[in-house]
Ligand binder design. Sequence first.
Ligand code: DGT
Ligand code: CA
Ligand code: CA
Ligand code: ZN
Length: 578
Amino acid sequence: MSNKVLADMLEEIADLISVDETPNSKFEVRAYKKAALTIGTLQEPVEQIYASGGKGALMALPGIGKGLAEKIEAYIKTGNIPRLDELKKRYPIRMGELTGVQGLGPKTAVALYKALGIKGIDDLKKALQEHKIRGLPGFGEKSEELLETGLQMRESSKGRLLLGDAMPEAEQIIKALSKSGLADKVLIAGSARRMRETVGDLDILATSKEPEKVMDLFSRLPSVERVIVSGPTKTTAWLKIGMSCDLRVIEPDSFGAALQYFTGSKDHNVQVRQIAVKKGYKLNEYGLFDRKGRLLSSKEEPEIYGILGMQWMPPEMREARGEVKLAQEHKIPKLVELGDIRGDMHTHTKETDGANTIEEMVDAAIGAHLQYIAVTNHTKSLPVAHGMNDSQFLDFFKKVDKLNDKLGGKLMIFKGAEVDILKDGSLDLEPATLKKMDCVVGSVHSFFKMPEAEMTARIEKALDSGMVTILGHPTGREVNGREPYQLRLDKVAECAERNDVALEIDAFPSRLDLNDTNIMLASRYKVAFSIDSDSHSTSHFGFLRYGVGTARRGWLTKGRVFNTADAKGMAKLLDSRR
Ligand code: DGT
Ligand code: CA
Ligand code: CA
Ligand code: ZN
């Protein structure tokens, strides 16, 4: 069982309820959506929480009341939620599948079901091919085009899960295998070890004296739906979360070679192997061998790279983007680490669309070993997120001042906003209000479809205002979801450099924006990067690691990351920028 499966079910309930509006439905939809967000982003398996404290422990989670706790309990006990089964009787469609297509909401899904009997993606594809949709009331050629684009995007991300979903799943499996005592070493390899933003399948490596028993245990884990192939050295299973997982049991003596090989990337491996071949060596998952076939090294990654004349490099760099040459020149930089992050400059609270109070967020931030957070709620142009106006911000800041006094430095709260960058590049709050803030995250949340030059000018104008501290999620893309808006990132980075604005690496797993390649591009300019969780709940501080992973994939060192400054240093930095 996994948090994601349950979250998807709750989301599906919300979508199905939203279709037929009743006086109560809006409220219910919000409740289910909030619960889905909470569960989907919990760092701990929900059944573990339930096992430790029953329904009460569930109700202690943000956004989970008695009714929802009961539904979650039903799921944990039976794998089903009766409410969902009921709703599905009315509309027997695969809602999650359909709404996974960009531009297709629950109401459209049901309209398509009613008119054409479309229940899932396959039916949708067929209807599009036969141009059956354009003739329906409320639809046209344009809607067919949009749905086509949505489908194509879905295809191109086919079967790849977000790192933020895949990693906790991998860790749960690794924990179960380690705890059993049957395996000695258990490690993640593949794209998850490289912190790629999406993961095709999990690759787990283990050593064990009893491989059969390890495979057997793996096959029977609750997160496994079915076993695809099983043998003593490799088992592939399909996980309930919707992805497969390879478990390999490796001879302890060749663990390093296997780890290197199965970490990849494939292109990186090809380059490394070429270097081996030039030396007359052979490199494979069993080890590095000389021309006579004698084993040179296999136990540890660093030794293998070393014999090849290379420095060991962090997995995040292994993408064949120049790291091999750098390693040969012994110039691999010391990359930023999660432990270097001292604070979080982009967080939300209950005042807008966060699930928690500021007090709860403060406690969670302290628990996450942070020294400071900036509370950056949404502004009024974003009514869906309950954006606040100028006077609401000023009121809220009184509360922050009081809380800061109470905290006495245990955690420093910076006053801020995630201010909308409006269509014309102006900001959604008065300059006088913005001047009272320590940290202003400027973000685009509307009019995504502007032409490149206009979007670039819009963002430049916002940065040139001198009011923005950080440009939030600079490209607006959503992983597996929305394309980035058209913009000249080089120009934006140059403008950010000129105005001393930091570029954000939004660590929210569905954003990871800037991404690795854009970080590389932007880092040619003298800009700082701010790795922020964009937390909407206390459990979201755990996302920072995905932001750090992404920063490392963009080769960033600690010195380039804004929020590696300690609390005092950050206060100074912010002051100098107001
Ligand atoms: P994914 O699963 O699509 O997110 O990406 P990876 O990188 O995890 O790829 P996967 O699972 O197919 O294979 C894991 C690693 O095994 C890969 O990163 C490198 C290595 N590998 C797999 N196939 C080949 C191959 O044909 N040649 C070489 N040199 N390495 C391979
Ligand atoms: Ca993989
Ligand atoms: Ca694999
Ligand atoms: Zn935002």
